[in-house]
Design a protein around this ligand. Structure first.
Ligand code: ATP
Ligand code: MG
Length: 186
């Protein structure tokens, strides 16, 4: 079933804000896309894991932003997104359906950041960065997120600066539904 993307994301942020003692400001920057054919459970897993990380690795609070963008996918997309930053690390999936739309989800925080030498390892199972200190975790969240993104033919990248913050960019292809002829009524 199609989901209302903006409503879905706002509900998710509201839920996470309730469980968070308002140290962080969670903001949604919506796109004009409303209805999308996407797997609701996978999308929930992807976004909630990334936002929980953004909160967890921003011990001093700050702004956490969830930004949605929707545009047609093109053949050069893998390269185009890769060019966002020389420090981007992408999964190996390709956007095979070039007629599809791309949903771009960006999750940005003002937290501790990820050391440059470790950005390439964070999607590995059980990997935890050396600067996490007393912040607890299993190192599994991002492995699951990457799998969920790849299951849908998408890609994920991370850009980060120590002490400034981190941005995760997820690109998910999805097919827009259109109907030219009306179903015959009998
Ligand atoms: P869990 O399995 O509970 O999610 P985790 O948060 O340690 O544990 P991942 O979500 O896989 O595991 O993240 C892997 C590592 O990447 C983290 O341990 C942390 O070092 C780093 N990391 C992930 N997200 C961020 C972020 N937003 N800011 C800074 N570091 C991050
Ligand atoms: Mg995590």
């Amino acid at each position: 079933l199609p989901i209302n993307l903006v409503e879905f994301c706002q509900d998710l942020l509201d839920q996470l804000q309730l469980g968070n003692e308002a140290k962080h400001k969670l903001t949604l920057i919506p796109s004009d896309v409303t209805s999308a054919m996407l797997d609701q459970q996978l999308l929930h897993g992807i976004i909630s894991n990334l936002i929980v990380n953004a909160i967890k690795y921003s011990p001093n609070g700050g702004q956490v932003t969830l930004e949605l963008e929707c545009r047609p996918a093109s053949e050069g997309d893998k390269e185009a997104i890769f060019c966002l930053s020389p420090h981007s690390f992408f999964s190996n999936s390709y956007f095979t359906n070039i007629n599809s739309l791309l949903l771009i989800i960006r999750i940005r925080d003002e937290g501790i950041g990820i050391p440059e030498t470790e950005v390439g390892k964070i999607f590995e199972m059980f990997y935890r960065c050396k600067n996490t200190g007393k912040i607890k975790g299993n190192g599994l969240g991002l492995t699951i997120v990457k799998k969920a993104v790849e299951l849908q033919g998408g890609a994920i990248a991370c850009e980060s600066k120590i002490g400034i913050g981190t941005t995760f960019t997820v690109a998910l292809p999805y097919v827009a539904l259109s109907c030219k002829t009306q179903r015959p009524t009998t």
